[in-house]
Design a protein around this ligand. Structure first.
Ligand code: PDD
Length: 288
């Protein structure tokens, strides 16, 4: 892997030289939050809602804002310098800093937060995903975008070991979201997705898509929970995330999604909505 620029606690370094303290609470406790912000052809997409969600995550776990938005913007500009013509994802995280000695209680007075930001190319993904359903083993505040992602990584690993792309997390028989994606189903002409709340992450792609669909009157949106059997009987299913846009799900637990001739293929509603979403991305680009 070639070295990439890294912003770390006020300094610029690269992936080969960046070093954090072994006492950083992100490292010791997963005590921090993060964002993944996409940039298409070097231009950030959905920056404001991502930064609003970062502020909310920080507030919810009691870490003060480490940087003004203008400072973040300057960091992003520098990270994206080499990304004209390519798609990239900014990764940023803020931890509660590195107080010594290790103690579960938060440092008082607070230590300086640990701030890191870097960038990676967004790789191509397949035209359709295969998924399995798994029990959701996460905590009660999945609305906070915490770096503490062990259950998510375990679920994704189970999916990979079973030769599929994503794990769909199920709690009390209800479909919540993917291990790193939100989930939409098309059922009887309606677009159904789980409501936001402490059980899941309010994805920015999810929010932008719902706003777009409602604004343009594309299809009725229903923010309700569905059961696993309703998911299995859905006409279409797709996942959303900042690095995958709308990603059709072609197979769940080994069975094709949808019925008849179109089963196991990206469905017409998904393709239609994706077309509008791609237009939204284009329309938000600054002229060169
Ligand atoms: N994951 N749900 C979970 C649990 C997620 O981790 C993510 C994003 C999403 C989609 O959110 P958004 O549309 O804001 O990207 C939903 C990022 C991409 C990650 O962890 O890499």
């Amino acid at each position: 892997m070639s070295a990439r620029p890294v912003y770390l606690n006020g300094e610029w370094c690269d992936t080969a030289t960046a070093q954090v303290s072994v006492f950083d609470r992100g490292y010791l406790f997963g005590d921090g939050v993060y964002e993944v912000i996409p940039a298409f052809d070097g231009q950030l997409f959905g920056l404001e809602p991502h930064m609003d969600r970062l502020s909310r995550s920080l507030r919810e776990i009691g870490i003060s804002e480490p940087l003004a938005r203008q400072d973040w913007q300057e960091i992003f500009d520098r990270l994206l310098e080499d990304y004209a013509g390519r798609d990239a994802a900014i990764y940023l995280q803020v931890t509660r800093g590195a107080p010594v000695p290790r103690d579960h209680a938060w440092p008082d007075p607070p230590t300086a937060p640990g701030v890191m930001a870097t960038v990676s190319p967004i790789g191509a993904h397949s035209d359709g995903a295969r998924a399995i359903t798994l029990p959701d083993q996460r905590w009660g505040r999945c609305d906070i975008k915490t770096i503490n992602l062990l259950p998510n990584t375990m679920a994704r690993q189970r999916a990979v070991e079973q030769g599929v792309d994503e794990a769909i997390l199920v709690r009390d028989g209800l479909v919540i979201e993917g291990s790193a994606t939100n989930l939409f189903a098309v059922i009887g002409g309606r677009l159904v997705t789980a409501p936001t709340g402490p059980q899941m992450l309010a994805g920015i792609t999810r929010g932008l898509l719902i706003d777009l669909v409602r604004r343009e009157g594309l299809v009725e949106v229903d923010e309700s929970f569905i059961t696993v059997s309703a998911l299995r009987g859905a006409d279409e299913v797709f996942l959303t995330s900042s690095t995958k846009d709308l990603w059709p799900v072609l197979e769940i637990d080994g069975e094709p999604v949808g019925q008849g001739k179109g089963a196991g293929r990206p469905g017409p509603v998904t393709r239609h909505l994706d077309g509008h979403f791609q237009q939204l991305k284009q329309s938000q680009r600054r002229p060169a």
